[in-house]
Design a protein. Sequence first.
Length: 278
Amino acid sequence: MRPTTKPIRPPNLIRERPMRTSDEMAIGEPKLSVRQLNFFYGAKQALTDVSLEIPANCVTALIGPSGCGKSTFLRCLNRMNDMIDGTRLTGEILLDGQDIRGPKVDVVELRKRVGMVFQKSNPFPKSIFENVAYGPRVAGVRGHATLAPIVEKSLRRAALWEEVSDRLDESALRLSGGQQQRLCIARALATDPDVILMDEPASALDPASTARIEDLIFELRERYTIVIVTHNMQQAARVSDQTAFFYQGVLIEAGSTNELFTNPTKRQTEDYITGRFG
């Protein structure tokens, strides 16, 4: 019988901060509840019977090897996969107890509540101001005097205001890669979401910019529920409260990050996080 108490990752892998236990995270209703989710690209099944509770004001990291279904699962949470022809989904995804695929759900409103930050920063070829103001404008907010406080608040929450406050009329494309990614986070925040989805948000960035994004995630969790896909297990350990391990479209194990990285219950999870495969 293999030992179950000896940590399999060095303790300093985990960010030095108070870790909430699984029991503590489970207090109250979850922000998102996924139940028996199956997803298909045509005849190919990408996700099989996935059930996962995502607590409010918690960072949930999705880990696993390439092609395991992490990004597909993430895009299910705000129905981005609806834009792909030939896809099919069964099961339930509940946001605050309401089925996001219900007949009365406005998909535009859903995506305002569940914002998305992609792997590659994708600022619009517009000014910094207009990038952040884009979402509120689409929602009907008009007038510079009304938009300006929204833009400032969003840039401050994305830890970018001090760097761009005197250049809001400049093209967003002139920002560095790390600044562009934080701008995209500010753009997502401008619609006042409840949930922020991040698909490998730091994978294309240098170490310094990656550290800024990780620090930002740590700060944002006080206001938002965050779900992040990452291939970097050290990053998952540093920034997340809960981790879910996917393999071949199946959710193998989920639980508090501290517990999953030091004492996983599944052999596949241990093999992956110790580098035996993946």
